[in-house]
Design a protein around this ligand. Structure first.
Ligand code: TYM
Length: 335
């Protein structure tokens, strides 16, 4: 099984990235051949400053390693180190229906928020599909907001195969039933239901761009401020609290399963204020991330080590991409 996923280097990572995606990445590195990358090409749709783009690329690499990605088990690389992905991006774009891109949730969501759309933002899912298909990924762990993109990748792989592989039968994509196999493998998303959408401090989906994130690596003061700033209602201290809202949801996401029933019982019993539960969440945050936060500082102080990991990762990722990149070129008549 080949597992692949990526995170944009468009800002600091937050709890949504961790529980929605990175925690799964770390777990899955033991279950198959895992490839994880820093989507620094995608990040160019929002980061327009070269020095910052470089810094965030490194920050994201460091975050992966600090959170437990083991470079002996998983391949870690920068998206931009594999030029073949841009080749496939273009070729794939020639079979992608415009109507798919026009109904992409993340694109529509950004438009609705008043973001001035450019071609990069519009074509974003095509590059993401190229990321997935170039390495023949079987499984793509993501949070809910990326599911549609993985489904697009699957649809477009079929479209490509139907267009370019004579006799390709969509019902027999691997050729096990005697038809010619596709050039591009069909990927599947993997979602964890409990953490598919981690809420931000205002109750909307936690997102770098909504200003509602709790970052994994902010300083202690900032972290405390964010957690104490989680939106709550006006239920009095003595009263039972309604089992909903971002504070409840974040406690549920962060509490170790063995501790959650006790926390929930206190929540429902009344007698404790939201401030107490926020302190509890802050303690859980530190208990969960302080080791990673320490490792991150150590890694930032040793840039040579991070470069070595990324260079080795790029080499390996390119090796894995090469046969598929070549088959694609051959299939369309470029090679
Ligand atoms: P990005 O950088 O926005 O997010 C990285 C991962 O974090 C998940 N995530 C969340 N999960 C639950 N709750 C949240 N509040 C939350 N916020 C973010 C995302 O679903 C994602 O899994 N386009 C991708 C990067 C990418 C990619 C790829 C992913 C580029 N190429 C190929 C997989 C395969 C993105 O912008 O993720």
């Amino acid at each position: 099984m080949r597992i692949l996923s990526g995170v944009q280097s468009s800002g600091r990572l937050h709890l949504g990235n961790y529980y929605g995606a990175l925690r799964q990445f770390i777990e899955l590195q033991h279950e198959g051949e895992a490839l994880y990358f820093i989507a620094n090409l995608h990040a160019l749709t929002t980061v327009r400053d070269a020095a910052l783009a470089r810094e965030l690329t490194r920050e994201t690499a460091v975050a992966y390693l600090a959170l437990g990605l083991d470079p002996k088990k998983a391949v870690l690389f920068r998206q931009s180190d594999i030029p073949e992905v841009l080749d496939l991006y273009w070729v794939l774009g020639t079979v992608v229906p415009m109507s798919n891109l026009e109904r992409a949730h993340s694109y529509k969501d950004k438009l609705a928020r008043g973001v001035a759309a450019d071609f990069g933002l519009f074509a974003y899912p095509v590059l993401m599909a190229a990321d997935i298909l170039l390495y023949g990924a079987d499984v793509v762990p993501v949070g809910r907001d990326q599911v549609q993109h993985v489904e697009f990748a699957r649809d477009w792989a079929t479209k490509f195969n139907v267009t370019y592989v004579k006799g390709y039968e969509p019902a027999d994509p691997t050729g096990a039933g005697g038809h010619p196999p596709g050039v591009l493998k069909l990927p599947r998303f993997r979602l964890r239901d409990e953490t598919a959408v981690v809420p931000g401090i205002d109750g909307q989906k936690m997102s770098k761009s909504y200003g509602n994130a709790i970052d994994l690596f902010a300083d202690d003061k900032e972290t405390k401020k964010r957690i104490m700033g989680i939106k709550t209602d006006s239920t009095p201290v003595e009263a039972p609290k309604p089992p909903e809202g971002p504070l409840y949801d974040l406690l549920k996401v962060m509490a170790p399963p063995a501790e959650w029933p006790a926390i929930e019982a206190e929540w429902r019993a009344g007698g404790k204020g939201y401030g107490d539960f926020k302190k509890r969440l802050l303690d859980l945050f530190h208990a969960t991330f302080d080791d990673a936060r320490k490792r991150r500082s150590e890694l930032l102080a040793d840039p040579g080590e991070v470069d070595r990991v990324l260079d080795a990762g790029a080499k390996r990722a390119r090796e894995l991409a090469a046969p598929i990149a070549k088959s694609v070129r051959r299939a369309v008549g470029l090679g």
